[in-house]
Ligand binder design. Structure first.
Ligand SMILES: *Cc1c(COP(=O)(O)O)cnc(C)c1O
Length: 462
């Protein structure tokens, strides 16, 4: 299996190389040259299997020769062993035809663990075979960083540096990043906001001398291996609800378009998904885009669902690549226009393709709070604010087809918003109840790329 860049000007890579590099050198994102299709009988045979067995069968065709089957099975088993629920991604019924897919039973209580735990294992296996070392640098508004640290801590061939905006992540998120004691973990609090952190990261990736010297690797949601790991739970959920004999729809709280793009891949593989519904908070570029055909950035406004506070949805480029007939030059032009003018208009043909697969909705802050409060009152379910955005949009799109809303984080990760809406302080699960007693370790830095690179060199080579 080969992987192509969405901008058409970087070499095609194997699964392993695409995973280890993250971003293509032409600025594009890697996508599989073709999507393997599962037959109806193969999908039907997934019913009743463990999450790990479903994961193996869904992901195996994408890997090529990177791992043997027994190796890959072992890595999957290790990735999900630390989850706090035997089903890994259990379904819970909210209303007669509406289900929640709970994706928060991993070690850091957000769905990011599904992909990050697996790629921690995949990186370690690939690197220990080649004897190489890589330096992972990630920028985070909270959830990606804690999931990456949890996945890569203590691994022998990896150093992990996570940049987060000082004072702008929740206390639970910060402590998940600063309390691991392993020497290969480096939490860095940057003076600035999330865009400052992401800007530093991008500049380091574009400094090819530095990038090659420390073997920089990226694990943010543009890494194809992360998208792939997320395809699995669309299958496990749909099959539990009667696929392939019955179609299912999904509503996905969306920021960088990674999670919902995984649903798009599941659909392309033959899973009968009727609609994929994009749910956004007031940072609604994707909803506006689908409604008007104009993809245009406005400033980010903070919300109570901070993991969706973004204005450039990186993974949207992957679906545009398909919508434009896999023409890398056309995608590169759109991205140039975005950079130069802050937006672009989508062609009529591409927009029709998108609307055939996706629907969308937007939820403001008051409605998010009201949804948390109402669901708690009516069903006893306590939703995190991101999940509440999803539930509100799903309700507006509910039809005869079963609807599954992705519950992207545990309410205890966002206790202030949840307490304000329900009067209830959501407790951390037992296994991390001592989070507030563990000692913290963090380096504070100014927005200064030279100083940051010097620190990385000192910690990795010194
Ligand atoms: C990352 C995140 C999202 C958004 O996911 P994308 O893949 O960026 O669309 C939604 N909810 C939570 C809790 C997250 O951590």
């Amino acid at each position: 299996m080969q992987y192509l860049s969405t901008r058409g000007a970087a070499p095609a890579l194997s699964f392993e190389a695409a995973m280890l590099s993250g971003l293509a050198r032409d600025g594009g994102l890697y996508v599989p040259a073709s999507v393997p299709v599962m037959s109806k009988a193969e999908v039907a045979a997934l019913a009743g299997q463990s999450y790990e067995d479903v994961a193996f069968q869904v992901m195996r065709p994408f890997l090529g020769e990177t791992f043997t089957d027994p190796e890959f099975r072992t890595l999957i088993a290790r990735a999900y062993a630390g989850f706090g629920h035997p089903a890994r991604a259990p379904l819970r019924q909210l209303a007669p035809n509406h289900f929640l897919l709970e994706l928060f039973h991993g070690p850091t209580l957000a769905f990011k663990d599904f992909a990050m735990q697996l790629i921690g294992q995949l990186f370690q296996a690939a690197l220990s075979r080649s004897g190489e070392r890589v330096t992972i640098v990630g920028a985070t508004s909270g959830d990606t960083g804690s999931a990456a640290i949890e996945a890569f801590k203590g691994l022998s061939n990896v150093d992990v540096f996570i940049l987060f905006p000082h004072g702008r992540v929740s206390e639970v998120q910060r402590r998940q990043m600063t309390t691991p004691a392993e020497a290969n973990v480096h939490a860095i609090a940057v003076d600035g906001d999330f865009d400052t952190c992401q800007g530093l990261l991008k500049d380091m990736f574009n400094d090819f001398t530095f990038r090659d010297r420390v073997r920089l690797a990226g694990v943010n949601s543009i890494n194809w291996a992360r998208v792939l790991a997320q395809v699995v739970y669309y299958f496990s959920a749909a099959v539990s609800l009667g696929a392939p004999h019955r179609a299912v729809s999904f509503t996905v709280p969306t920021g960088n378009f990674g999670d919902i793009f995984a649903g798009y891949i599941a659909r392309a593989m033959g899973l009968p998904i009727e609609k994929l519904v994009i749910a956004t908070n007031h940072n609604d570029i994707l909803h506006r885009c689908l409604s008007t055909g104009d993809y245009r950035t406005e400033g980010v406004r903070p919300s109570i669902s901070p993991s969706m506070d973004i204005q450039v949805s990186s993974n949207f480029e992957r679906v545009l690549f398909d919508a434009y007939g896999r023409d890398g030059r056309a995608v590169a032009q759109l991205m140039d226009e975005l950079k130069a003018t802050g937006g672009f208009a989508i062609s009529q043909g591409a927009l029709e393709m998108l609307r055939a697969t996706f629907a969308s909705g937007r939820v403001g802050e008051d409605e998010t709070r009201a949804t948390i409060s109402r669901l708690h009152r009516e069903t006893g379910e306590v939703l995190c604010p991101h999940t509440a955005v999803g539930v509100a949009v799903a309700e507006a799109h509910q039809g005869a087809t079963p609807m599954v809303t992705l519950a992207t984080a545990h309410p205890a990760k966002f206790p202030d918003a949840v307490e304000a809406a329900t009067g209830l302080h959501p407790a951390l699960p037992e296994r991390m109840a001592d989070l507030f007693e563990r000692p913290e370790r963090v380096t504070r830095m100014a927005n200064d790329r030279q100083a940051l690179q010097a620190l990385i060199l000192e910690r990795t080579e010194g």
